[in-house]
Design a protein around this ligand. Sequence first.
Ligand SMILES: [Fe+2]
Ligand SMILES: [Fe+2]
Length: 214
Amino acid sequence: MSGKISSIQHASVLLGYEALGEIVTAAGAESILNGKLPGYGYESKDLWMHSLAVAFGSKIIANIKNPALAGEAHTAGLIHDVGKIILDGYILNKKEEIESFLEKEEKTFFDAEVQFFGFDHARIASEVCRKWKFPEGINSAIKYHHQPSAANESELAYILHMADYIATLSGVGYDSDDYLYELEPGTMDHLGLTQETVSDIVLQVTEAVSKVAV
Ligand SMILES: [Fe+2]
Ligand SMILES: [Fe+2]
C-alpha cells in the first residue's frame, strides 16, 4: 500500500497496534544488528538474520505455550544477542589468545567470554536492556538465554533458549557457537514441546524469515 498510508494512526488501524509495534521495533533493531562483527566472525546481516529467526521462533513458542507473552517474546528474541556487538571489539583485540583457547576441545565463544572478560554477552545484553528501560521480564530472560534454569522460573527465558536452539537448527543466519549449541536439559519438557513440534517450528521459522528478509 505504498503511498496510501499517510499517518501512524492510519497504519495502526490497518495493521493493528501490536503488529505496528513489532515492525517499528524490528526496524530499530535492524539498524543496530545488521553490521559485521569481525571478532565473532559474522558477515554483515548474519546476526540480524539470526536475531529475526529467534524473534519469530520465540513468538511461535509463546503462542503455543502462553500467548500473553508473544509480544515480549518477539522483542526479546530480536535483541537477545545485542551484547555481542559490545563485546566484539574486545574479542578482536584478543583474537590470537581467544582463537587458541577455542581450539582447545569443546570451547565456545561463550566460554571464551567468561574466561577472558568474566561475563558473557547475555549478561551485557541484559544490562543494555535495563539502561533502555525494557521490562524486567525481558531483561531477565535475555540474561539467562543460555541457562534458563537459572532465571528463577522465567518462562520467557526457556522460550528464548529454545528459539535460539531452533534458529541454529533452521540454518538461518549464523550464531558463533552454532555447531556446539546445546539445549539445556529439561527445556523441551519445561515447555511441553515434542520433537515433532520442534521440527514444525523450525520450518515455520525458516518460512517466516524468508518472507521478510532478502
Ligand atoms: Fe546468545
Ligand atoms: Fe543467539
